[in-house]
Structure formats: C-alpha cells, structure tokens
Design a protein around this ligand. Structure first.
Ligand SMILES: Cc1ncc(COP(=O)(O)O)c(C=O)c1O
Length: 444
C-alpha cells in the first residue's frame, strides 16, 4: 500500500523492530485513524485490529470516556513532580490500583513504560535485600526466552535471543530456568513437562537461594517468546517455594494484566500474590505511555529512610505518574468496572477456545493454546514454519484482519470490547487465512 508520506517516512523515521532493507522494498501499513476494533489506513482501507495494537488497546480505539478524560486533564494540569510532592490524579490512581491488585500489593510506584517498570522492580528487589541486611542477594532468575523489556537491565533479566543477542556481552544475565510452556496439546505430556521445568527451577533456587534477589516471571504467558501459555500450577508451586526460601517474585504483567487472561491479573488465575506486580500497556487503555510497579507493604516499609538517605529508592522518571496519563488510566479503570471486565468476557473466551480447537486440527498447525482473551497456534516447521506464518498474516490482512506473527506463532489478542460479530469475523478470517495458505502437500 502506498500513502502520501511514504517517501518522507523512508527518509527520516527509524522504525523499531524493523529491518530497513526489506521495509523499504515492501508495501506497508500507515494507520491514520482508528475506532473501536477498526484501524483505518491513510489512503483508505480498514482492518480489524487482531492484536489490540501491540497488546495495549484493550478497550478499543477512540473510547470517548478516555479521550475526554485526557482532554479535560490537559486543560487543568499537564505535568507535576511526584518527588517530595503530589497531585490528585496520581493519588487517586494509586488508590484504585491498590484496591484491585491482589493481597497487600498496596504501594504504587509509577514509571513510564513497561521496561522502566520492570527495571524499577529489579532495582527495588536488590535494594530491599541491602536494606534488610542481605546485600549479597543480587542475582535474578528468569525463564528461558523471557521478555521483560529492551533496556539493559530488563534485557539481562529476560533474554529473547532473536532480539537481544547483539547485547549478550553488555548485560548481566539472569540465572535461567526452563520454560514451563509445553509445545503440544497432550495434557499428560504438558503436566510432565511442567513438572520437569519446575524441578529444574527448584534445583536452581535451592542451590543459590542466598544470592538470589528475585525471580522475575511473565505469569501464564511468555508473550514475546511466541505467546507461550503455561499452566497455573507452575506459579502456585513457585510461590510456595519462594516463600520457603525467602525469595521475592516479580510478576511482569505488562502484557497480560487487565482482564486479558480471564481474571483482572494473571497471577489471580493461580491465586498467588507476587511481591511486585508490574503493569503497563492496557493501564491507560493503551492510550498513553504509563506503567506502575506495585509492591507489597513489607517491601515499601524497608525503604523508609529514618534519617539514612541510603535506604531511600533513588529512582524516577520525568513523566512518572503524569497527570494526563493518570487521568487516562482512571478513566480506563472506570470503563473496566462499568463493563464488568473480565467477567463479561466469558462468552468471548469460550468462542476463542472453540475456534482455536478447530485451528489446532488444521494440517499446517502443530498445536494451539488459549487462555482468556488470547488464542495462539504454532505453524509446523515442516509445513513452512515462520515464513508460512508471515504469509498467513498477509493473507489475513487481505481479508481485513491485522495480525503480527512471532516466529512460527500466530495469535489473536483482540480488544476486550469487540462485539460478538466482530470477534467472530476475526476468528473466521484467522481460520480461513491458514486454510488459504496451507500447501496441499501438507498432511498431519
Ligand atoms: C512482559 C513484558 N514486559 C515488558 C515489556 C516492555 O514494555 P514496553 O515496550 O512498554 O517497554 C513488554 C512489552 O511487550 C512485555 O510484553
């Protein structure tokens, strides 16, 4: 697709996660406006947004309530400092978040985006141990192919080889445990795989507990790895083990927080309370960059200076807790409450589960998994793997659905506010596009 600003774009814009050479050669989308579940291209054309615009626009585009809150707040107060000062929107939002966060996650620290929220949690964990007299606890533990952001600290905590390999030697790597995600649909094999993955994690934690500051984990879904969904049981066992060994858990719910997994927070699907909960993306309905690291009371209390500056958390960002972004987040929380999310998603979740069961039976599909408002499938390597997954997303685009593949994984992550006909249309196009691209020679 061509659009009026394309030449200027190619001269001046450095696109994230984009290979300039292929980008310059190929047609690409330029989205000019959006409403509800629809993206409108510059120069015509409309697409259903099958991935909630990088997993954040959970309440649909152009929600009047959120747009109005932003407008109104911009006229009243657009910036104010939070260091040794406060403002009403940050206070109200902190209260609202601690009300909906599980357990005693009551202390809300605002950051700017997902990466700065996970960085804050990692730093808090290290300094917590220093403040309570165990400064030797400085290591992090994460899952293989975990993703916690692209800043240096976050890359070290996670590590998706595909994105982060050039920085391998400048980050401090976390200790890594195998992923509990099982790439298949056999429940017994999945349970065995989860047991094995947990046993490896347990061995690692028991051997090095005294050096470990925290385990950082994406609860229930390793997003960037390829939407790797895994069982709740793993989290329950991890919480029990970390309690026994006195190790902190950082739950990175930047992607899966806010009603995506069938509960408001993915940790709740396992009934666990982490020591830190990192939120971003859908926090403002996906309208403005904002994130939060929510800590349990005991963590916060360990940072009271009591005359000693060195106990204080010296970290902060110019725009943390910004009044406009906070107003957008408060409006988004109002919409979540009014629409009774996630409870009201239950019928949609069932439709996604049914549709992906059918997808899983297709010849070119290796396996499928669903959780709440997420459906994923993996394209068989011997059917075409990642190149075929890319081809399928282009076929979906021609049929009116916007998707982005992650290696061999294809997934649907629709706005929670999609109507039943809109969701059904997405599911139908998803299925049809795989069918249309499956080579005739492929048989399971
Ligand atoms: C689990 C997780 N953590 C952290 C991040 C980083 O968030 P941001 O891109 O806002 O820095 C992401 C982004 O996709 C994510 O999925």
């Amino acid at each position: 697709m061509s659009f009026p600003l394309r030449d200027t774009d190619l001269r001046h814009l450095w696109h994230p996660y984009t290979d300039a050479t292929t980008f310059e050669r190929e047609p690409y989308l330029c989205i000019d406006s959006a409403e509800g579940v629809y993206l409108f291209e510059d120069g015509g054309g409309e697409l259903l947004d099958g991935i909630s615009s990088w997993w954040c626009v959970s309440l649909g585009h152009g929600h009047p309530r959120i747009v109005e809150a932003i407008r109104e707040q911009a006229g009243d107060l657009q910036h104010s400092i939070l260091g040794n000062m406060s403002h009403p929107r940050a206070i109200q939002l902190a209260e609202r978040l601690s009300q909906i966060a599980p357990g005693d996650l009551n202390r809300v620290y605002f950051a700017s985006d997902g990466s700065s929220a996970t960085e804050a949690a990692l730093k808090m964990a290290v300094q917590y141990w220093r403040n309570v007299g165990q400064p030797e606890r400085t290591r992090f533990v994460s899952l293989e192919q975990a993703y916690h952001g692209d800043t240096l600290g976050a890359m070290g905590a996670g590590f998706v080889e595909w994105f982060h390999e050039p920085f391998e030697h400048v980050v401090r790597p976390a200790l890594r445990a195998p992923s509990p995600h099982y790439p298949g649909n056999d429940p017994e094999a999945e349970a065995r795989h989860c047991d094995d993955a947990f046993a490896a994690m347990e061995q690692l934690l028991r051997a090095q507990a005294k050096e470990i500051a925290a385990v950082i984990i994406e609860p229930r879904v390793q997003g960037a790895a390829g939407i790797w969904i895994y069982p709740a049981d793993y989290l329950r066992r991890l919480r029990a083990l970390c309690d026994e060994l006195d190790i902190l858990i950082i739950a990175d719910e930047i992607a899966v927080g806010f009603a995506r997994t069938g509960k408001m927070f993915a940790c709740e699907t396992a009934g666990i309370v982490p020591d830190f909960l990192c939120l971003g993306k859908a926090l403002t309905g996906g309208y403005l960059p904002m994130s939060a690291t929510i800590a349990r009371d005991k963590i916060y209390d360990a940072f009271r200076g009591e005359g000693d500056d060195k106990r204080v958390f010296w970290d902060g960002h110019t725009f943390c807790g910004n009044p406009i972004t906070a107003a957008a987040a408060i409006a988004a929380l109002d919409v979540f409450a009014e629409l009774d999310l996630p409870a009201s998603c239950a019928p949609h979740e069932a439709r996604i589960a049914d549709a992906f069961t059918a997808v899983g039976a297709m010849d070119s599909v290796a396996y499928q998994k669903t959780l709440g408002m997420i459906g994923m499938c993996a394209i068989r390597e011997d059917a075409g793997g990642a190149p075929l997954a890319r081809e399928i997303t282009l076929a979906a685009r021609e049929r009116g659905l916007f998707l982005r593949p992650l290696g061999t994984s294809l997934y649907l992550w629709p706005p929670l506010t999609a109507t039943t006909p809109e969701l059904d249309r997405m599911l139908n196009i998803f299925h049809e596009s795989i069918e249309a691209c499956t080579p005739a020679a492929v048989a399971k």
